[in-house]
Design a protein around this ligand. Structure first.
Ligand code: NAD
Ligand code: DAU
Length: 356
């Protein structure tokens, strides 16, 4: 049994779906169901006894302690976070509460539980913290990619809150001996991505005939990784990672945003051409830049490849085609997110109870 936090979000849900497709080891999924949590993503697991969903907050120490005592997971995988940079600029309260205070409370509950385990279970136990490349800050155009030794220089309220959580995880290992692993991954994309992030927003806006808002000159560079490759990296680190170590995860796919948007438009032109025969690229609009916008991220994932033999299965070309096709094939999922109907899913499917 493993316990996952944030397993109704984009990456966590993909992780749960992939895990249960590959293993019979059950998952307890603790998620608060903020606006970013969508149980409809996990609809295929309804009635599957291997998936125990619990609606709750990682900062609720009593609940987390109860779940740990009841299910005795061999590992806790911590995905839950406030994750959207633009929202952190609008207001950082939730980011500090969940990413910093929530992670602290989770670590404390896990430490108390772990300390009391019998020796064999204690030795086998793992706490895997899912973090981001944004903690390293911004790179100059020709600077080498971030290695695990790069200094932390977070620039947004979001990345600062994630950096704080990484430091807490490190300290709980160094001081208390908690068996932790940390992953720092680049930008993910793929199925079930909430359409407030660049790639899904461009797909759904394009199809709706809306403007495609590119911040500033669109020359900000990100490294893109297909979400299922991030999930495979996490599984690899969980099984083989060295305690207390951090592992960078990336796809070797550095691209400027404007190129990403043009690629999405070209795929849509091919797969779902506009009725008027024009390209979706005509909908591109340059808008005001994000304050403090990091210019470039690039991940050096050689440690993970060399020490644990991980490699991404998708290139950007294969992954983005699958992603655009997925959105074309799942108009209901998109419509329910856009109408807000996905937030009723927990009530309609599971009633008002906390545990389903
Ligand atoms: P997301 O916003 O899609 O999902 C976050 C999930 O956490 C949601 O289901 C939400 O309901 C849940 N949650 C939020 N606050 C909670 C709380 N207090 N208690 C319990 N659950 C809570 O995020 P994501 O894109 O899936 O990212 C998952 C993790 O991966 C985050 O830690 C993020 O920092 C990290 N990460 C994301 C990316 C990316 O490109 N999306 C890249 C690298 C790392
Ligand atoms: O690098 C990993 C990070 O990637 C994760 O830690 C975050 O949780 C995740 O949200 C993501 O952060 P970004 O800020 O890079 O993702 P976002 O999709 O919001 O933006 C990607 C780039 O596209 C960024 O340079 C801003 C730009 N952008 C974004 C939006 C939403 C636009 O130009 N227009 C937009 O409308």
């Amino acid at each position: 049994m493993i316990l996952i936090t944030g397993g109704a979000g984009f990456i966590g849900a993909n992780f749960v779906l992939d895990w249960l497709a590959l293993h019979d080891e059950p998952v307890v999924n603790l998620d608060k169901l903020t606006y970013a949590g969508n149980l409809e993503t996990l609809a295929s697991l309804q009635g599957d006894a291997r998936h125990v969903f619990v609606q709750g907050d990682i900062g609720d120490s009593a609940l987390v302690s109860h779940l740990l005592a009841e299910h005795r997971p061999r590992a806790v995988l911590h995905f839950a976070a406030e994750s959207h940079v633009d929202r952190s600029i609008q207001g950082a309260d939730d980011f500090i509460q969940t990413n910093v205070v929530g992670t602290f409370r989770l670590l404390e509950a896990v430490r108390t539980h772990w300390s009391a385990l019998p020796e064999t279970e204690k030795t086998a136990f793992r706490f895997l913290h899912v973090s981001t490349d944004e903690v390293y800050g911004s790179l100059a155009p020709d600077a080498p990619a971030f290695t695990e030794a790069h200094a932390y220089e977070p620039n947004s309220p979001y990345s600062a809150s994630k950096a704080a959580s990484d430091h807490l995880v490190r300290a709980w290992h160094h001081t208390h001996g908690l068996p932790v692993l940390t992953t720092n991954c680049s930008n993910n994309y793929g199925p079930f991505h909430f359409p407030e992030k660049l790639i899904p927003l461009m797909i759904v806006n394009a199809l709706a005939g809306k403007a495609l808002p590119v911040y500033g000159d669109g020359m900000q560079v990100r490294d893109w990784l297909y979400v299922k490759d991030h999930c495979s990296a996490i599984r690899r680190v969980l099984e083989g990672g060295a305690l207390g170590e951090t592992y960078n995860v990336g796809g070797w796919n550095e691209k400027p945003n404007i190129e990403i948007v043009h690629t999405v438009c070209a795929l849509l032109d091919e797969l779902r051409p506009r009725a008027d025969g024009q390209s979706y690229a005509t909908q591109i609009t340059h808008v005001k830049d994000r304050p403090g916008h990091d210019r470039r991220y690039a991940i050096d994932a050689r440690k993970l490849e060399a020490e644990l033999g991980w490699k991404p299965a998708e290139t950007f070309e294969t992954g983005i085609r699958k992603t655009v096709q997925w959105y074309l094939d799942h108009p209901d999922w998109v419509a329910h997110v856009q109408s807000g109907a996905y937030r009723q899913w927990v009530q309609t499917q599971y009633g008002a109870t906390a545990t389903a």
